[in-house]
Write a protein that binds this ligand. Structure first.
Ligand code: ACO
Length: 342
């Protein structure tokens, strides 16, 4: 047997012997609510414009001293409780975020300290709004190989900290929050059947935070130029989002061997209702298959799919043995879709 065929069959056997399951989910959103009426007092916008163009009615904002790691730790505690897992059992923490507490150390290390998971390795993953699905796939690999028994994946954001509150094009869209999942190989839990990921760095300029990194370090000029806030080409992002979410969904469903009609619950990235409607139409999904909570939270980036998954599950929208399709896109561009048998 040559080396290539040996590794292929070896990998297949490992995947079979250690399937990866979601053993528990949890989420947390901060208390403070910012409504569209509040935004009308801050920028030249209207409730009517925001609702008709995005579907968003309100969003949550973290308190001044509340950081991404605080939101993440609260979501993690709920996921651990749901899975019946203690902090000592966690082998690895992955935090998907574009709003880390600091550039370093990683927010995952700060979460490790806050939840008391002293045994756990910890690192951050940056794939913007696709971060939670990327995190599920990365975390799954440690379970598939048997390297770790328990992995905590969190999507957490304090997007309000990088929002330009003078820019009506972006400030109406985003909100803060966190969602988490515990991964284990556990037959009584919810198996992750397939994940499809992708990226297109040629479109990196569509959504970016220009300054504060090595390319353009902080200076009086970057502050004066408002370059520490998120910037986005909304129209181009909109078009790309529809295409890549459709393709990722089709890929993940194909690999799982199922049709869209067999999916019990579709949980899309909660960016914009019009994007979700267009994706659903192209996939020929029925509106009742799709879970939406963006009206309450707006786009919470890496937390979006994780919060929606937790709410759909706790609200009884996902039944045992249902196929669940997660799908997201974000800055990068990056995208991902996952099929889970609940
Ligand atoms: N209130 C009132 N008017 C507004 C507002 C607002 N909040 N924002 C923009 N407008 C105006 C624009 O200035 C424009 O006016 P003009 O025609 O005089 O120039 C007009 O409304 C229409 O603007 P469009 O950009 O064409 O509006 P569109 O229908 O495309 O909706 C939106 C804009 C909501 C941003 C949409 O393009 C969108 O959702 N894009 C995708 C964004 C997204 O999902 N990003 C996710 C990734 S984020 C991440 O990865 C962190």
């Amino acid at each position: 047997m040559n080396q290539k065929s040996h590794s292929a069959s070896h990998e297949k056997n490992l995947v079979k012997s250690h399937p990866c399951h979601i053993a528990g989910v949890g989420s947390y959103v901060p208390e403070r609510v910012l409504t569209n009426a509040d935004l009308e007092k801050m920028v030249d916008t209207s409730d009517d414009w925001i609702v008709s163009r995005t579907g968003i009615r309100e969003r949550r904002l973290a308190a001044a001293g509340e950081c991404t790691s605080d939101l993440a730790a609260k979501a993690a505690a709920r996921a651990m409780q749901d899975a019946g897992v203690t902090a000592d059992q966690i082998d690895l923490i992955i935090v998907a975020t574009i709003t880390p507490d600091m550039i370093f150390p990683s927010t995952a290390c700060l979460v490790q300290q806050k939840i008391g998971a002293r045994r756990a390795a910890a690192f951050d993953l940056e794939a913007a709004c696709s971060g939670f699905i990327y995190g599920l796939h990365v975390g799954s690999q440690f379970i598939h190989t048997g390297a770790y028994r328990t992995v905590l994946v969190i999507g957490a954001e304090k997007i309000s900290s990088i929002t330009d509150w003078a820019d009506r094009n972006t400030c109406v869209l985003f909100g803060d929050g966190a969602g988490a999942a515990i991964l284990q190989s556990r037959a009584d839990a919810h198996e992750i059947l397939t994940v499809s990921l992708g990226a297109d760095g040629t479109k990196s300029g569509l959504i970016e935070l220009p300054a504060g990194g090595s390319k353009c370090p902080a200076s009086p000029e970057t502050i004066a130029g408002r370059m520490h806030f998120l910037r986005m080409d909304g129209r181009e992002t909109f078009k790309n989002a529809i295409n890549v979410m459709c393709q990722a969904s089709k890929d993940a469903l194909k690999h799982a061997g199922i049709e869209v009609g067999q999916v019990g619950c579709i949980i899309p990235h909660q960016a914009n209702q019009r994007i979700v409607d267009a994706v659903s139409e192209k996939l020929e999904a029925k509106p009742e298959q799709v879970f939406l909570n963006l009206q309450k939270y707006g786009n919470t980036s890496a937390a979006s799919v994780a919060i929606a998954l937790d709410e759909a599950y706790r609200g009884g929208r996902i039944k045992k043995d249902d196929y669940v399709l997660l799908v997201a896109f974000g800055s990068g561009l990056s995208w991902g879709a996952a099929v889970i048998r609940w």
